[in-house]
Write a protein that binds this ligand. Structure first.
Ligand SMILES: Cc1cc2nc3c(=O)[nH]c(=O)nc-3n(C[C@H](O)[C@H](O)[C@H](O)COP(=O)(O)OP(=O)(O)OC[C@H]3O[C@@H](n4cnc5c(N)ncnc54)[C@H](O)[C@@H]3O)c2cc1C
Length: 462
């Protein structure tokens, strides 16, 4: 055992000591043109796009299924596919997302879009259909998938160039060699392993609070009515009687089969009231237990107090706590709340975000919208937010892309994650085709390719 210098202290090491592992030889588990880490909306779209362009692609995912937070954390609802364009709510995210939606629909797992806060649409789905549709989509794009594989490190060719991703699997540790890498881990794991700069949280380091989602079955939909409107009042009344809830802003809404409802209401904190850090193994462990406790407590309230819920039961508490924000990798541009609220345009647009700033603060959810219907209701997403500083064969996509805390509070939802993923997968293809670094791809070429692949770049409306 050796004492560790203070700056090397590991969050899980109570005492400053470490063990020297014997040097090891790691088997090479594959050699790819594009490796995508993470199978959420960003990873699915990135792998599909690169695969469709004929690249040899491997997607690596720690769970045994695709969908990311959308399935693993039971989100069951797509936000950010639509925008309120001068009062007309329309779908603005297309391309790979369309192919996935069509597949989910064919499996009978897609709701019609519903109105959120009178301003925008979201679209619920069944998690089983999402998982199967995503498998089918990636197989149709000839993407190799490695499930049950946790990425734990990288090997570098130089300070700026990644050579291999190190992955722990049930078959042991392997090194996956690749020419390009796309970090869609949500947590920026790959980028952090490679030494990319990143930020966490707001100016005080406070991240968005996580939520343990859950779903109920056996709801009497007729009796429940528009429960998402009435339940907040029931909560206010219960609070006057002394009951406490983890947060305001309960989302209690039906899935496609109207006896099944999703509940988004818990808020998971540490003992000192901070948001649980989704990159801290101990905090995550405590958070899973606390999230399930809060879910059962709220279910008890619904069963007793909300019309239509008396005979309901918890049909699913998802495999993991829902983590909204951890590392945001610093890229060539950071998307800001101002960009979202002013519906900013960028010359290097790769698609659009129509979701407002949805900030999960302590005890509440705070919304900020662009001018509706005065504005076009969406901002461009610039290519530069996918390009991390200091690394030339890596892209970051999804909720860990380059955004400020408040920019991420909007563009972290599924729609813009599909957009970012498709752009990163396409950019990796173009970089291989042109032997160019991530920052040297001509934006016009990327935009032409994305448009030919069905992506909406948002340049036709001011
Ligand atoms: C409680 C909650 C409710 C939400 N509600 C909505 C909503 O209603 N609508 C909406 O559109 N969005 C919602 N969101 C946001 C949205 O689900 C996420 O921001 C979105 O899924 C992010 O996509 P992503 O692909 O960037 O990352 P993720 O969905 O987080 O996917 C990352 C994937 O990478 C994998 N991974 C991570 N690290 C590793 C590693 N080291 N090795 C291997 N695999 C790894 C993970 O297992 C995961 O599958 C919600 C989020 C939460 C937490």
């Amino acid at each position: 055992m050796q004492a560790a210098p203070p700056h090397e202290r590991h969050p899980m090491a109570d005492e400053p000591r470490y063990l020297i592992e014997p040097e090891r030889r790691t088997a090479v588990g594959g050699d790819y043109e594009v490796v995508v880490l993470g199978g959420g909306p960003a990873g699915i779209a990135a792998a599909a796009a690169a695969g469709r362009h004929g690249r040899k692609v491997l997607l690596i995912e720690r769970h045994g299924f695709l969908g990311g937070m959308g399935t693993a954390a039971g989100v069951t609802n797509f936000c950010g596919l639509h925008a309120n364009v001068h009062g007309d709510i329309r779908q603005v995210v297309h391309g790979v997302a369309d192919e996935l939606l069509a597949r989910i629909d064919r499996l009978g797992g897609l709701n019609v879009p519903h109105l959120v806060l009178g301003k925008i649409h979201a679209q619920a789905y069944d998690t089983a259909a999402y998982k199967c549709a995503a498998d089918d989509l990636l197989l149709s794009c000839h993407v190799d998938i490695l499930f049950h594989a946790l990425a734990t490190g990288v090997a570098m060719d130089s300070d700026t160039h990644i050579k291999a991703l190190l992955v722990e699997t049930k078959s042991g540790r392997v090194a996956i060699l690749a020419r390009t890498f796309i970090d869609c881990s949500g947590d920026g794991d790959l980028a952090a392993f490679a030494g990319a700069p990143f930020e966490k949280g707001d100016e005080n380091g406070d991240t968005l609070y996580p939520t343990m989602m859950f779903r109920l079955n056996g709801v009497d939909a007729k009796a429940a009515g528009d429960a998402w409107r009435t339940i907040p009042t029931l909560m206010d009344e219960a609070q006057k009687r002394g009951m406490t809830f983890p947060r305001k802003g309960a989302v209690v809404r039906p899935q496609k089969h109207t006896n099944e409802w999703r509940v988004n209401v818990t808020q998971v904190k540490t003992a000192d009231g901070r948001a649980v850090d989704g990159t801290d193994a101990r905090e995550l462990s405590a958070g899973e237990i606390e999230g399930r406790r809060q879910a059962m407590a709220f279910f008890d309230f619904l069963r007793r107090q909300a019309p239509g819920f008396a005979q309901s039961y918890v049909v699913d508490i998802p495999p993991q706590l829902g983590v909204r924000e951890t590392r945001r990798v610093t890229g060539l541009y950071q998307l800001t709340a101002d960009d979202v609220l002013s519906c900013a345009s960028f010359n290097d647009t790769i698609g659009v975000n129509g979701w407002p700033v949805e900030n999960h603060v302590a005890g509440d959810v705070v919304w900020r919208w662009p001018d509706i219907p005065g504005s076009r209701g969406f901002n461009h997403l610039p290519y530069r937010m996918l390009v991390p500083r200091g690394l030339d064969n890596l892209w970051v996509s999804g909720r860990c892309a380059s955004m400020t805390h408040e920019g991420q509070s909007a563009a972290r939802v599924s729609g813009p994650c599909f957009v970012m993923g498709q752009a990163a997968g396409t950019a990796a293809h173009l970089s291989l085709a042109g032997n160019a670094g991530n920052a040297d791809i001509p934006p016009e070429k990327l935009q032409q390719t994305l448009q030919a692949d069905g992506v909406y770049l948002g340049r036709d409306v001011d």
